[in-house]
Design a protein around this ligand. Structure first.
Ligand code: MG
Length: 92
């Protein structure tokens, strides 16, 4: 499945859950995750979307790891199933 279709699915379902997403791009730096996701009652997080079966570039992986080291939540998603799992985490 194409990245754009997975991204649309994510954005639509976040809205349906009462949240918001924003597309992101750094100024003067590569590797920003595609979207910031904000949901009621959840810590905001970042999502890098990829076409099904594709992996983030080395530059993206480096940037994600830099962000994670400093406490940011960054997820890489390449399928609708991945979006569903991310938006509906199992209750603990
Ligand atoms: Mg992407």
């Amino acid at each position: 499945m194409r990245e754009s279709a997975i991204e649309k699915y994510l954005a639509r379902h976040v809205i349906l859950m009462g949240g918001e997403t924003r597309k992101a791009q750094w100024i003067g730096r590569a590797g920003a995750p595609d979207r910031r996701v904000m949901l009621p009652g959840r810590t905001p997080f970042w999502v890098e979307l990829k076409a099904t079966g594709e992996k983030p570039t080395a530059q993206q992986v480096r940037e994600h790891n830099r962000m994670r080291r400093l406490g940011e939540l960054v997820y890489v998603i390449d399928s609708i199933e991945g979006v569903i799992a991310l938006l509906n985490p199992p209750k603990s």
